[in-house]
Structure formats: C-alpha cells, structure tokens
Design a protein around this ligand. Sequence first.
Ligand code: BDP
Length: 671
Amino acid sequence: MKSLSTCLLLMLMFAGIGDASAEDGHRLWLRMVSPKQQAEIRVGDNMIVTKTVEIAIDELSRFWRRNEEIVMSGSVTPISDDGFRITRKGGTITLTASTDVGMLYGAYELLRRQETGQKIENNQVVSETPRYQFRVLDHWDNMDGTIERGYAGRSVFFKNGKVDFDKDIIREYARANASIGINMVVINNVNASPKVLDEKTLFHIADIADILRLYGIRLCLSVNFASPMSLDSLKTADPLDEQVRDWWKEKVMQIYKLIPDFGGFLVKANSEGQPGPMDFGRSHADGANMLAEVLRPHGGIVMWRAFVYAQNSPDRASQAYEEFMPLDGTFMNNVILQIKNGPIDFQPREPVSPLFYGIQKTRLMPEFQITQEYTGESIHTCFLAPMWREFFDEIAANARQGSRRHFTAVSGVSNVGNSVNWCGSDMAQANWYAFGRLAWNPDMTSEQIAREWLQQTFSKADKFVSPMTAMLCQSHEAVVSYMMPLGLHHIFAGGHHYGPEPWCHQPGWREDWLPRYYHKADSTGVGFDRTRTGSGNVAQYPQRLADLYDNVETCPEKYLLFFHHVPWNSVWERLCRRYDMGVSQAEGFAETWRSVEKYVDMERYERQLKRFERQAKDAWWWRDACLLYFQQFSKMPLPQDCPAPRHKLDDLMRFSLRMDNYTAADMDKLP
Ligand code: BDP
C-alpha cells in the first residue's frame, strides 16, 4: 500500500471547488469544511488509480474530519453497477468498489454520513448499489443559451448559438451530480436544434464530455429526427431509406471518435410539431430502431419519448397508450421508452401513466420534471420527493410481477441554470438532490431525503431540521391543494404555466392547450369523465385499478376530478376546503421560516423569506381565481367558515403575466 495524500495536494485542478463565496447558495449541499490536518488515505495495491479515483481520494483527504484512516481497496469479488461497500474495524474504514466510479460514490457516501452525523459502527457493513442503471438528467437548454421552462438563468453549456461553457462551472456541476449518483446527462432541449449535430459543435461538446467523464457521467444529446435533411440537405429523413441510415451511421461514428463513452440519443418525435418517422409513413419503432442499430455497436442507447398527443382528440390522457401499446415488443433492446410519470404532462398531481402497467416487452424509463414548470417555478417551495415517491409506490403496488425489471433507467428534467445558486432558489436545490437520491434508491423516504439535504445545506440543529423537514414534506400536497386539488389538472394560464386561468380562452389555440378542455366545469358539475362510459381512459389500467378508478365511490379522492365529472353538490364544499387548506399551509411556510431564522445566514434567510411571502400571496390568487370562476357554475356560496375572497374575479381575469419573461414587479401588480 502507498500513501497518496501528499501528492494529491498537487491536484490544484480541483482547488477551487468548495471555496466559493459565503452564502450565495453556490455550494449547494456540498458545504464541507476542511479540517486543519488532512486525513490519511491509503490506496490498496489492487486498485488502479484513475483520474476518477484521484478525485475520490482528493475529496476524502480534503474533507474527512474523523480520526479513522481510510483504506480504498479494489474488490476481489465484483460489486455490481458502480456500487461500493464500506466497513469499519477499529480505527480503519475500508471502502471497497469494483469500479473507479463506485469508489467515487463511496467517497461521497462517507462524506454524506459525516455531514449528517450517521456514524459507521465497528464491524458495520454499508453496502450500496444503485437501483437504476442509468440515472439521467435532461437539460432543456437551447443553443442560443435560453432554457425551455428554465427558471434559473441561462444555459451552462450554450450561448449565442454555440457551445460556450466555463470549465470550473462544469466541473462543479459534474461533482454535484456525482455526489448524488447521477451518471448520464442530456445537455440540450428535446425540442432539438439539428445544429447540435454539426461537426464543429460536436467538437466542442466533446470538451464538456471530457470533464463529465472524470465524474463518471456520460454525455447524451437530444436529436432532431430531420437532422439529415437540415444539416446535409438529404431529401428525406425516412428511417428505412438507405441514405438516411448511412447518414446516421456516419454521424454516430463521428460522435464516438470524439466522445468514446457517448451515452446515446434522446428523441422527441412526432410530438408538438417535432419531426419524426410518422412524417414518412413509418412507426415510432422504425425510427427508434434505426437509431438504436447504429448506436448499438458503440454501446449507446436511444431514449425515445412517449409524450405524444394528436390535435383534437377526445382524451389526451389516452393517446400515448393508444400509440405505443401496439408497438410493444418491436423495439430493439437498446431502446428505452421514456414516459412522463403521468399521462398528461407533469401536472402537480396525476395518476401514473397506464403505459407503465401496459408495456411488457420494452424497456421503460420514467421522466420526472425537476424544473417546476407546473409547480410554481423557482418561486414556490414544492419539494417533489413525495410526488416521485407516490409514483414509485403505485408502480410497486400495482405492476405485474417482474415488470419492474423493465425500469433500467430514470430521468428528470433539470432545474439547473447559470444563476449563482444553480436552481434559481435555495429550496429548489432540494429537488435536484432528491432526484439523484431517489434514482439511486427509490426506497428512501421523503423525510430521509429532506433531512439529509437540510443538514448538509443549512444546519444540523434539530430545531431547524425537524420543522423544515415537516414543511418540505408537506409542500407538494400544499401546492396541489391551492392549485389543483381533487384531481383537477392543467388549469394554468396559457404560455407560462405559473398562475391560474381556468377561464383561459385563446382564439386559434388547440383545445387541449386550454384549461376548459380539462376541468369541464358547467352547470352540472366539474371534472373530466374518463370512466368506461366517458372517454374510456380507465380501461387502459390493469383491471383492479380500472375498477377502482371507474367507480366514483372508490376512486381515490386525489384523482376524483381526473376520472369523474362530479355534480357540484357533492364536490363544492370539499373543493373550497381543499383550496383553503392549501392557502393556510402556504401561509404557514413563511411562519416556519421565521421561526428558524437564527439557524440560517442572513443572505439566504432574506432571499427565501421573500419567496415564501410571494408563495402565500399566489396561493390566495389561485384559490380565489379558481373558486370564484367555478362558483359561476356551481352557484353555491362558500361554506360559512371559509374566509371571504381577497380578490374580485373580474380583476383577476384582467390580470395577466407576459409569457416567460415576467418579473417580480409584474407579479406585484396582482390586484
Ligand atoms: C411541456 C412543456 C414544453 C415541452 C414539453 C415536452 O410545456 O415546453 O417541450 O412538455 O416535454 O410540459 O416535450
């Protein structure tokens, strides 16, 4: 064995990490403080010290504060999938892994335990392997530097139509991802510009991949299906055309020459106006398989999105299932269908997409949305772990035996941008963290995740951690309650998806982009009838669930108006009370925050307090807009003990935020 701690001091390359200025939020959950004396890290002879292992050693030697020495040892028996084992005997901790990335993950686990006060007892064995093989972060970054549905500034990868990045930032970004186990990133928007595959662009993208690789992360790209036509003037992008196939083959070879560990393609095809195989009379499977075939020899995958819905269909919730079920079993095995968790579109709450139960012979991966497009952007605190847990729990309870094996990957649409604190708000960082932790281990509870994030990000004091954990874990339900309780969905303003506009009417817009398509409020009641006698959507679920959802008596209340059109007299009071519950919870957030003031630095305290205050105001906005609008149909008074509205419906209907580029000042104009 040899000691490496001294030579690693020379790794100036990483010196900047962790030293960022005080409390601007830039250090995320990685706020370890170096001890005066560096820890002794020994490396077993059976381990090859790659650059990734060097990073692991560097992290431990700089931040391990315990008296124990750490021995890093290659594993004699293989530990699967970048897993690791940690054991302690007396004053020696041994970290064992089969791969260098496994070693890095083990190092971060040790540091996480140190920072959250979880001791490793004598003779204890901590053994971890990730549940999902690919833990993917999807960025919706455009090459002009904007980010679709991004609320944290501009892209860290692109600017002015070009690849443009700061090496230190990418290194910090990669480090943060590695610390929570993320091992793949797609750096550009699913609404992909063909230009991303331009040779010159790829050349620069390879520089990003070089940094990510050190942290065990494979880079992927979203591709535009018509790229051969836009980039090289081919007459068609038909996936069965020889010339088109050759074009992709060449392109993929070009990519792998530059990026030998390239992860693969993410494709949004024949969806919301994007080109796809159906433009040429071919199926999704034809398109996906064509790409899969050229990627396979290099070890690449195709993540083919199932987010499709044709115009003017009677029920958008049924479409992906109708389009993809007949194709089950026809996809190559390096194709993974990437399916949004719910059948509509990242709503604050939706049932699980029926495709997760139906598809049996094709690999699947859920797509979550970390960026808060529909849950208050980076302004509202909405901790999403409870929502993602709901998904994992429902799948575990209802999927046919064995079908869980299809889940080899999980993805989340990132909330990262170039703002100093990465996510636009300090609280939104918790969702990036939670996504990584759940992708690694979907059995973790929301409380565990919230707790460890708070301890590392703010303070270990129990008087801070306990109330804040409770608040975070309540926040998703609160947002659902003041925005869209009881199964309501998609009643947002057109365009920005921040505020309520159940009345929204935009001449010329697609029906299914407008709230009235979804809430169907009229004089008889409210809600979308998806029962067997309605749109029939319930029938896409396994029998037990179909029966459960079909019957208004047994349908879980949280999905009531998703599956049923319910008469006002049986739902009005419940609706009012739910909205009120959400409002009072949101008001409580600011109170909780005030009560923990002394545990938080001024900068982050003030910044967050403003957001909580805004959130409480917005909760009132949501509540009044929806209840006053629905009241026009219900013609029923608010229950006596419910507070009177603070706004007038007419005023709210006149108020509108400009799409995507409104400011805090604009919001303050809320009547
Ligand atoms: C919707 C977003 C839109 C995305 C689309 C998608 O509003 O910006 O392009 O999803 O996932 O939620 O493709």
